[in-house]
Design a protein around this ligand. Structure first.
Ligand code: DGL
Length: 272
């Protein structure tokens, strides 16, 4: 039986990826889960992010999803490897879980002119050093500076992304990053929530700096993956539907998700 692809995030951020994936590959069915009740994941320790992410992955598998995309950098940094290397074998060896860090680091060196890049991410992602380690494998010549922006995910989750309240925390972290390396010519938004703050971010980033978001990169990499893995492609159902689920408040989710997704969203609540 063919079943939908699962797309997971701690909250709203993964919708930026979901939107791009659905626009590139509208033929598939998707299930989106936002763990809004427990977001943000960024400040949580490794074991907690791993535990929550694994719980969500199991939920997707129970619904039959053959493939789950962790559209969340924090979960990709802190849980993906253990799930891939340890948990999958014990569950169903045919199922797959993919993240967002690998596809991004594979191409990031092509997006900077002078090999100086800034990474803005959650505290968890920055402390994991995953970006620095992965980028070094593909582009050892790249200078990478990181800045943790702990307040940014909450600004999005609380619906404050377009308010004056966002100005100070957004400006502060951009200034901090630019202080770390004045030569930075490209900034990667290495948290899927951050594109939802893009208007604020653009207000404070110097105009000649390239802002990179991941959604297109991740969507194109998934398309490539499905082209190269026909068994997986054949396991995915194709009726063009998307179902949304949240562990949080459905009314809030529908209101914000519809703005971010650009279409009306009607989520169902789940308890984990
Ligand atoms: N969207 C998640 C990410 O890409 C946000 C993490 C959080 O919940 O703090 O890292």
């Amino acid at each position: 039986m063919r079943t939908p692809i699962g797309i997971f995030d701690s909250g709203y951020g993964g919708l930026t990826v979901m939107k791009e994936i659905a626009s590139l590959m509208p033929q598939y069915d998707y299930i989106y889960l936002g763990d809004n009740a427990r977001a943000p994941y960024g400040p949580l320790d490794f074991d907690t992010v791993y535990k929550y992410t694994l719980q969500c992955v199991k939920w997707f598998f129970l619904r039959g999803c053959p493939l789950v995309i962790l559209a969340c950098n924090t979960a990709s940094a802190k849980a993906l490897r253990t799930i891939q290397q340890k948990d999958l074998q014990g569950m169903d060896s045919k199922k797959r879980v993919l993240g967002v860090i690998r596809p991004t680091t594979e191409i990031i060196g092509k997006l900077t002119q002078i090999a100086h890049i800034g990474i803005m991410a959650t505290t968890g992602t920055v402390l994991s050093n995953s970006y620095v380690i992965e980028i070094n494998k593909f582009y050892p010549e790249l200078h990478v500076s990181q800045e943790a922006c702990p307040e940014w995910v909450s600004l999005v989750e609380e619906g404050l992304y377009d308010t004056a309240e966002a100005n100070e925390p957004v400006k502060k972290h951009i200034d901090n990053l630019m202080q770390k390396d004045k030569k930075i010519d490209s900034i990667l938004l290495a948290c899927t929530h951050y594109p939802l703050l893009i208007n604020k971010i653009k207000e404070f980033v110097p105009f000649d700096i390239n802002i990179i978001s991941q959604e297109k990169i991740v969507a194109e990499s998934l398309e490539e993956y499905l082209k190269n893995h026909s068994e997986m492609e054949n396991a995915c159902s194709k009726n063009g539907t998307i179902k949304f689920f949240t562990t949080g408040n459905v009314t809030n989710f529908d209101e914000h998700a519809s703005i971010f997704f650009g279409k009306n969203v009607h989520a169902s609540h789940i308890n984990l």
